[in-house]
Design a protein around this ligand. Sequence first.
Ligand code: ACM
Length: 267
Amino acid sequence: MSFQIALVQFEPIRKDVARNIQIIRRLLKGIKANLVVLPELSNSGYLYRKPEELLPYAEKGDCSDPFLYVLQEISMAVGGIIVAGYAELADGKLFNAAAAVSEHGIIQNYRKIHLYADEKSLFQPGNTGFSVFDWHDVKIGMMICFDWIFPESARTLSLQGAQIIAHPANLVMPYCQDAMVTRSIENRVFTITANRIGDENLDGKKLLFTGRSQITAPHGHILYRGPENVPTVHIMDIDPQKASQKNISPQNNLISDRRPEFYDLLG
Ligand code: ACM
């Protein structure tokens, strides 16, 4: 089975949703894909002093506000779905969210469960849980950036049958790209980490985002790793069925060999 994926790496501009929409439109012009993945907080950029400052750029998760509205429009042109990180406003609360958007609207919304550093003073911890949706018989799950450091995130999605993990990111630590190889191997899944580039400075705080957006295959091969600081769109064909074969020897299966009675994950 052939499934076209596209990964987009760019530099979201803080407080400039219109400009970010313009950049995304330009990068995706003429592109056809079944699944496109954009970085975390693609609508708003990353650094804000307090929730009130971010509020004007946050969106309801229903495609009625400009960013997701345009993504719905672009998804029609692309001929597939778009997974994008965005600042979400719901019931007066801010979430660091990712939406899977089709030409018909939102397929699924995910709210980042593991908030990183100062995100804890901007956003509420995600409350949607990890879940998987079907898109033309392909099972896709979403997680956001720092979720990578908790293997439970990718595992939870994989136990639900995810074949592809769409992973919008604003990475600042250098470890994630290498760790995603392991996430792929231990779960036999494809991962698509769409990271941002550039830096942000606020009140003496400086963050440098690491680029090197990446696609990994179920056996851990790095199918693509992008440049450190250049806007990029990378398109490739994958066969999602390759993520469904979980036998690692005639006697071993990644799922059925688990011994959850010894893991005490709720402790
Ligand atoms: C991060 O989770 N944006 C580092």
